[in-house]
Design a protein around this ligand. Structure first.
Ligand SMILES: [Zn+2]
Length: 141
């Protein structure tokens, strides 16, 4: 935008070089040049501000990208990651598996998952947390 300012300076020089007598026309011309100078100055300031803002946004974007990478632990885009996460989550926490039953220990109130193979014939099992014997018929529900 320095180009615009130098062109306005050139116009100003041309206007001065006309050697016009004091007149309405000269006043008009010098006012126009003055306004052009101020506009060029304002545009120059805006340009500088815009460039600084652009740089700032880019640095924020870089920092955010780094944060995303640290947080997600990979460079995959966010959507892919969330899909992967959902699948893993379902695999790891599938409590609908028919061989497992979810109960809350009546003694320590720990929610535990019991493999039905480990329940004895009386419907009793041992809490893996506090070792209390749990009667599944009573604890259920
Ligand atoms: Zn327990």
């Amino acid at each position: 935008m320095g180009d615009l300012k130098s062109r306005v300076s050139y116009l100003k020089g041309l206007a001065d070089g006309l050697g016009l007598d004091e007149s309405k026309e000269k006043r008009l011309l010098s006012e126009i040049v003055k306004v052009l100078e101020e506009m060029a100055e304002a545009i120059d300031d805006l340009q500088a501000f815009s460039e600084a803002t652009q740089e700032y946004v880019e640095s924020i974007d870089e920092d955010l990208g780094q944060l995303e990478q640290d947080f997600y632990g990979c460079e995959d885009d966010e959507d892919e990651y969330e899909e992967d996460f959902d699948e893993e989550y379902e695999d790891d926490y599938d409590i609908d598996d028919e061989d497992l039953c979810e109960i809350e220990c009546p003694k320590c109130h720990e929610v535990i998952f019991i493999d039905e193979d480990l329940v004895d014939n009386d419907g009793k099992t041992e809490c893996p947390n506090c070792k209390a014997v749990i009667n599944l018929d009573e604890a259920d529900g």
